[in-house]
Design a binder for this molecule. Structure first.
Ligand code: DQA
Length: 150
């Protein structure tokens, strides 16, 4: 039985550190993934990080996740705002998916205010910089464990 948490980074996130540092910070993509992996492992789960700039590859990995993961933290990048195909893939699989954004998408361009994936995700975290991933992972694990420490 898997106890893997899958982190999916969508398009352009592989260039974190170089990409618009005023919006996304200076920390490298590799350093971000190190932080994410340590956090997931500290909570007792296995971590896999997947990144793709291609919509179909993200959909294929989401499909696979229903067989090999207990939950997903997904930063779909700009696909968030218009990919009905990714939305349908999330709705198809029977494991929780948490939407995450580094930036506060509501305080930026108009087109970023709408998420077509939000209605099929279990929750959304945005605007906390790299900590958005930490909060999303923590929330996902609490959800998986039925928030049993309340
Ligand atoms: C993002 C926000 C999206 O609007 C943007 O297209 C990204 C990154 C974020 O993490 O803040 O690529 O998902």
């Amino acid at each position: 039985m898997s106890n893997r948490i899958l982190i999916i980074h969508g398009p352009n996130l592989n260039l974190l550190g170089e990409r618009e540092p005023n919006v996304y910070g200076n920390q490298s993509y590799v350093a971000l993934n190190d932080m994410i992996t340590s956090h997931v492992e500290s909570l007792g789960y296995e971590c896999e990080v997947f990144q793709s700039n291609h919509e179909g590859a993200i959909i294929d990995r989401l499909h696979q996740a229903r067989l090999d993961s207990v939950g997903v933290v997904l930063n779909a990048g700009a696909y968030t705002h218009y990919s009905y195909a990714i939305r349908d893939a999330i709705a198809t699989i029977n494991i929780p998916v948490i939407e995450v954004h580094i930036s506060n998408v509501h305080a930026r361009d108009e087109f970023r205010k709408n998420s077509v994936i939000a209605p099929v995700c279990k929750g959304t975290i945005a605007g906390f910089g790299r900590d958005s991933y930490i909060l999303a992972i923590t929330g996902l694990v609490r959800m998986l464990e039925g928030a049993k420490n309340d």
